[in-house]
Design a protein. Structure first.
Length: 434
């Protein structure tokens, strides 16, 4: 359940709907599901397996396992890149997660009652235009992340997540039930599940792949770090399948809850990162008990983001801990640096909105610092980290050793991670860099 808490977060409920809207709907969803099955799940199994075999931080695990296999300890670079990826994501993820807190206060105050789409858009626009507000909530959220990380992730987080993750799932079902009353549910189903391949681009395929990694917390050290805590009698493959299934289910439910409201209110499906912060208040405002349900939803969304952010910081904290730095100092130091980097994301949403440092290149035209962080991690660092992981477990690690960890599942997993996953990753990279 801690792994589910790491995987289920803003990627499912905040990011999946708007990138689906930006990339044409059904065809994108189909590619995303294929990426989960062919690449995401096998890589998750590989990372958890490596984590349990190494029993250390991602960097320590890759160095130790590579050494035990008679391979170069340079493979620790995979762990280093995963830790850096998680750190960059945490810096901007904290800013986005911070948006949930003023929305909790607005929900408690009944501000969503009867709200129209235009008013909801203005409310969100006002938040983004205020660097002071964004910095405040970014600071509070990072403080919460550091607080739990400093005390360890096993006590408290596991207990809480077993109750709050199912509660989030149930609340999403309630929202889907409301969405079915809007008169646009069929349109939303068609948009999500009727593929139009003419709307699919090579970049959209890479976005789907990057999001599969982002939402499953892959190639960022989280699954390796949590794998180190996994007991020997627990099935790695079965656990990974459950995590991937629940994570994908939440993303699809979020789409079914949000797109009927988008179409019913004449909003744009590809409206960008603010999509759920504009559409869901409109839905809550029309529901009986709007303040209660809105407050509960944004509190649960905050917790989902919180459990994910803890896993992002854990890669760095566990490594520093191994090097003799106390957990408290590692968490505070790592959190402070991520907070400082996050300030650039805060400013890129308002004061620096016109600053596009790589705008001279067509591929990066119009991309702010926040856009670049997102692109670099999801589209380059995560797929590359996954490719290196697949090559290591498929070609450098003795099959008997991975079989000892996976049991009967090894026969299905091994040819996929050895051949299919690397080939799929290389094809996607080729078309993206062409």
């Amino acid at each position: 359940m801690a792994a589910v808490g790491s995987a289920v977060g803003l990627g499912n409920i905040w990011k999946f709907p708007y990138i689906t809207g930006e990339n044409g709907g059904g065809a994108f969803v189909l590619v995303y599901l294929a990426c989960i099955a062919v690449i995401g799940l096998p890589i998750m199994v590989a990372e958890v397996m490596l984590g349990r075999r190494g029993g250390k931080s991602p960097i320590g695990t890759m160095a130790m396992v590579a050494g035990s296999e008679g391979r170069s300890r340079g493979w620790a670079g995979v762990g280093i890149m995963a830790t850096l990826t998680a750190f960059i994501i945490l810096s901007f993820y904290s800013v986005i997660a911070g948006w949930t807190m003023p929305y909790i206060l607005a929900a408690v105050g009944g501000e969503f009652s009867g709200i129209a789409a235009e008013e909801s858009g203005a409310l969100f626009g006002g938040l983004l235009a205020s660097p002071g507000q964004l910095l405040l909530w970014h600071s509070v959220f990072m403080g919460l992340t550091v607080l739990v990380s400093a005390g360890g992730v096993r006590h408290g987080l596991e207990r809480a997540v077993t109750k709050l993750m199912p509660a989030l799932f149930v609340l999403l079902l309630i929202l889907v039930g409301y969405a079915m009353t809007t008169g646009h549910f069929g349109e939303a189903i068609g948009f999500l599940f009727r593929p139009d391949f003419s709307a699919l681009t090579a970049e959209a395929v890479l976005v789907a792949l990057g999001h599969a990694f982002f939402t499953l917390s892959l190639a960022s050290g989280a699954m390796m770090a949590y794998g180190a805590y996994l007991k020997k009698d627990v099935s790695i493959a079965r656990t990974s399948v459950v995590v991937a299934f629940m994570d994908t289910g939440v993303a699809l439910l979020a789409g079914l809850a949000i797109f009927p409201i988008v179409f019913a209110n004449g909003l744009e499906p590809g409206a960008g990162p603010g999509l759920i912060f504009v559409t869901l208040p409109v839905a809550f405002g029309q529901m009986p008990g709007s303040s209660f349900f809105a407050t509960l939803f944004f509190v649960l969304l905050l917790f989902a983001a919180w459990s994910s952010s803890i896993s992002m910081l854990e890669s760095l904290v566990s490594y520093l801990n191994e090097k003799g730095v106390s957990r408290v100092k590692a968490a505070v130091g790592g959190g402070l640096v991520a907070w400082l980097v996050g300030i650039t994301t805060v400013l890129s949403l308002n004061e620096w909105a016109g600053f596009t440092p790589l705008g001279m290149f067509e591929r990066f035209e119009g991309k702010t610092l926040f856009d670049l962080y997102d692109y670099l991690t999801a589209n380059i660092m995560m797929p590359l980290g996954a490719l290196l992981t697949a090559l290591f477990v498929g070609w450098k690690m003795k099959p008997a050793h991975s079989a000892a960890e996976l049991g009967s599942w090894h026969r299905v997993w091994y040819p996929v991670v050895r051949y299919l996953s690397p080939i799929a990753l290389l094809i996607v990279f080729y078309f993206n860099l062409k």
